[in-house]
Write a protein that binds this ligand. Structure first.
Ligand code: RIB
Ligand code: CA
Length: 313
C-alpha cells in the first residue's frame, strides 16, 4: 500500500466542506493529522461545531482545532445565503460531546509540520486566514510545509463578486501571504471546480441513495441540498468545489495545471480578492502557483462514488 499522505484539512464547514471531509475521512490514502477550522461560510462558532459534529457522527477520532474567527484585517462576511443559518444547509447532526483540540489552528499547524518532518501537506478549502497566520507566526513553515492544495481563486471571473471567488474575497490579504510564501501551491479554482459537478442522475445512481443507515441518509441530504442550491444558481449539478481540491491530492491526474504568476488584489474596491494571473508574461514575476485549468470530470465522479460508497452499511 502506498504511504499515507500526512495532511491537515483547513475548512469553513459549510456543505461542500462537509462533503470534502466525508471523502477525506473515507480514504486510507490520507493520514489526517488534524482538521483546523476557520470562519467563512458561517461564523467560527458554527463552522467549528459543524466540523466536530460531523467527525464524531462519522465515528472518526481526529483533532479538530479552532482557528480565526475573522479575516486578517477585514470584517467577516459569510455565505449564509448558500450554506444556511447553521452552515450545514438544512442538515442536522447529533451534537458531539467531544472537545476541541487544546491548541488553536496556528499552533496545531506548527506542531504537525514539525512532527511530519517536511512531509505535511495542507488541503485548504476555506478563507486562508489560519494558514497565513501560521506562516506569519512561524516562518519555519515556509520550508516545512510540503504543499498547499487550496480551493480558491479564479483567473477569469468570480462567484462572490464579478472579480473574486468567495474564499479569496473573504480574506484577500491572507491569500496574498499564502500565494507569496514560497510554499508549493496548487490553486483549485473556479475554472475547474465549476466543472466538478455531480448531475442529479449521477447522485441518484449512488449505491448509498437507497441505503437506510443514518450516515448514508445524511450524505444524501447534503447532496440534495447542494443540488438544490447549485441548480438554483444555474449549475448543471451539485458543484463539489472543496471535494475536488481534496481529490486532487488523491489523484493528481484529475486536473491539468499550469504554473502561473498569481497575485491577489487587496487594494481594489471592485476587484478586491481577484487572483490576478500573469497569463501573457507581461511582468518579470516568476510563476508561484500551479493553477488548475482542466478537469477529467467523469474520473472525478467515479472517485467520489468510490469514496462515498465506503459509507454504505
Ligand atoms: O467559492 C467556493 C468556496 O467558498 C468553497 O470553499 C465553499 O465552501 C465556500 O467556502
Ligand atoms: Ca469551503
Amino acid at each position: 500500500m502506498p504511504t499515507r499522505i500526512p495532511v491537515i484539512i483547513d475548512c469553513d464547514t459549510g456543505v461542500d466542506d462537509a462533503m470534502a471531509l466525508i471523502c477525506g475521512l473515507a480514504t486510507d490514502r490520507l493520514d489526517i493529522r488534524a482538521i483546523t477550522v476557520v470562519a467563512g461560510n458561517q461564523t467560527l462558532d458554527k463552522t467549528s461545531v459543524n466540523t466536530l459534529n460531523l467527525v464524531d457522527f462519522l465515528g472518526y477520532k481526529v483533532k479538530v482545532s479552532k482557528g480565526a474567527d475573522k479575516p486578517l484585517n477585514r470584517e467577516l462576511i459569510t455565505a449564509e445565503h448558500v450554506h444556511g443559518r447553521s452552515g450545514m444547509g438544512g442538515v442536522k447532526l447529533p451534537e458531539s460531546s467531544l472537545r476541541f483540540y487544546e491548541k488553536n489552528a496556528v499552533e496545531t499547524i506548527a506542531e504537525e509540520a514539525l512532527a511530519a518532518e517536511g512531509q505535511l501537506e495542507i488541503i485548504a478549502v476555506g478563507p486562508l486566514t489560519n494558514i497565513a497566520l501560521a506562516i506569519l507566526a512561524h516562518p519555519f513553515l515556509k520550508k516545512s510545509i510540503k504543499r498547499i492544495t487550496l480551493m480558491g481563486g479564479s483567473i477569469d471571473g468570480g462567484n462572490h463578486t464579478p472579480a473574486a471567488e468567495f474564499n479569496v474575497y473573504v480574506d484577500p490579504e491572507a491569500a496574498q501571504v499564502v500565494m507569496n510564501s514560497g510554499i508549493p501551491i496548487v490553486m483549485v479554482g473556479l475554472e475547474v471546480t465549476e466543472k466538478a459537478y455531480l448531475t442529479k442522475e449521477e447522485i441518484q445512481s449512488l449505491s448509498l441513495w437507497h441505503a437506510s443507515d443514518e450516515t448514508s441518509k445524511t450524505i444524501k441530504a447534503l447532496l440534495e441540498n447542494m443540488l438544490e442550491i447549485c441548480t438554483m444558481f444555474g449549475y448543471q449539478g451539485a458543484v463539489m468545489h472543496d471535494p475536488l481540491a481534496l481529490c486532487y491530492v488523491l489523484d493528481e491526474s484529475l486536473i491539468k495545471t499550469k504554473a502561473m504568476a498569481i497575485q491577489v488584489e487587496t487594494q481594489g474596491e471592485i476587484t478586491r480578492g481577484k487572483t490576478v494571473a500573469d497569463r501573457y508574461l507581461v511582468t518579470d514575476r516568476k510563476p508561484n502557483v500551479q493553477v488548475g485549468l482542466e478537469i477529467d470530470r467523469l474520473r472525478f465522479v467515479e472517485l467520489i462514488k468510490e469514496l462515498l460508497n465506503k459509507y454504505i452499511k
